[in-house]
Design a protein around this ligand. Structure first.
Ligand SMILES: Cc1ncc(COP(=O)(O)O)c(C=O)c1O
Length: 386
């Protein structure tokens, strides 16, 4: 984030950061640069540092500037997926023998990456209950390079106090990484709360339209940023120009979308509470949610994700998941359209049977920006079949 961006509001930064008009024609939307290589004015005579597409691309740079401005970081790096971003980050900051302490309800793919891909290369992992900060402190003080948290978490919607966790990590000489995918930078800025690194699956709210896969790492430390930038360049899991362009376009409207997602989700969560067949509604905007106060302190609003557990167990959850019409049964989240997910067999199938397994009576809703009355009617007809 530049000094002048610091004085502007979120939505102004979303629309303008990295988006200056093109000087030759005045095109208000900066052109999409597909070129894989750049002409040199004599050997080594690079124009504005551009040499080759893996190392730099103006469309990707524009997205990276926009991401840094919105998360309040000095540097952002855009990758081909959220998991590519996580892999690049871990390989940049960890060495064989290092330990990552992560939430025991982390996204299944994150756990799979850390345990099954990076584990054989010497990275150790220690899953913990992030709601138990004393327990986290004990585990972290036994040794950690990274403390890794999702808040709200996917799909258990646990909320962790980022400032408190940053203190625990820093006391033990570890870095705090926050996966901010569920909240998005509009609702929560972990760097301002003391975290060292933010990661995103930009596939979700940042892209916002279910039409592009991507990931990002944002930091506010030049030395750490150099390391991540080197891996991004040397390994090359970069986002392509078209993906970067679509992500930038989505990100411009993040603020208005998140307001609407939050309005709809709050209404739906309140409607779900106490309905016959519903055992528990996991949504941080409900006053009875154990993380409500912390969420109210560190988030602007409570977001668009709700998990629901049913008294009828697995059969009931499956029935609801397969009975909605407006809520489409699909992986992913954070798009303008509402999605329904049965995590135990879908997004979190990779952690089935482990301590990160998701309850089988749970469905996860990604509440879109449609009319709330229509979404409630759809859930009503699905839940009434129980
Ligand atoms: C919280 C969270 N982090 C990371 C990822 C991985 O991102 P991607 O699917 O873009 O690789 C996901 C994907 O669902 C996610 O939900």
């Amino acid at each position: 984030m530049t000094e002048s961006q610091r004085t502007t509001g979120f939505n102004t930064r979303a629309v303008h950061a990295g988006q200056a008009f093109e000087p030759r024609t005045g095109a208000v939307v900066p052109p999409l640069h597909f070129s894989s290589t750049y002409a040199q004015d004599g050997i080594g005579g690079l124009r504005e540092g551009y040499e080759y597409g893996r190392g730099g691309n103006p469309t990707r740079d524009a997205l990276q500037e926009q991401l840094a401005a919105l998360e309040g970081g000095s540097h952002a790096f855009s990758f081909g997926s959220g998991l590519a971003a996580e892999d690049g980050l871990i390989r940049a900051l960890c060495s064989p023998g290092d330990r990552i302490v992560l939430g025991n309800d982390a996204y299944g793919g994150t756990y799979r990456l850390i345990s099954r891909v990076l584990g054989p290369w010497g990275i150790q992992n220690a899953p913990v209950d992030m709601a138990d900060l004393d327990g986290v402190r004990a585990t972290v003080s036994a040794g950690a390079r990274l403390v890794w948290v999702e808040t709200p978490s996917n799909p258990m919607m646990k909320v962790t106090d980022i400032a408190a966790l940053a203190e625990i990590a820093h006391d033990a000489g570890a870095l705090l990484v926050v996966d901010n995918t569920f909240a998005s930078p509009y609702l929560q800025n972990p760097l301002a709360l003391g975290a060292d690194v933010v990661v995103h699956s930009t596939t979700k709210y940042i892209g916002g339209h279910s039409d592009v896969v991507g990931g990002a790492v944002v930091l506010d430390d030049a030395e750490l940023a150099d390391k991540v930038g080197f891996v991004q360049f040397a390994v090359g899991a970069v986002s392509g120009p078209m993906d970067a362009f679509l992500t930038t376009r989505g990100l411009k409207t993040l603020g208005v979308r998140m307001e609407r997602h939050s309005d709809n989700a709050q209404r739906i969560a309140e409607w779900l509470v106490g309905r016959p067949g519903v055992e528990k509604v996991l949504y941080p905007g409900l006053p009875e949610h154990p993380g409500h106060e912390v969420a109210a302190k560190q988030m602007r609003r409570f977001g668009g994700m709700i998990s629901v557990q049913f008294t009828g167990g697995e059969a009931a959850a499956r029935k609801v998941a397969e009975s909605t019409e407006l809520f489409t049964l699909a992986e992913s989240l954070g798009g303008i359209e509402s999605l329904m997910n049965y995590p135990s067999e879908m997004t979190h199938a990779s952690v089935k049977g482990t301590e990160l397994a998701v309850p089988e009576n749970l469905v996860r809703l990604s509440v879109g920006i449609e009319d709330a009355d229509d979404l409630i009617a759809d859930l009503d007809q699905a839940i009434s079949r129980l």
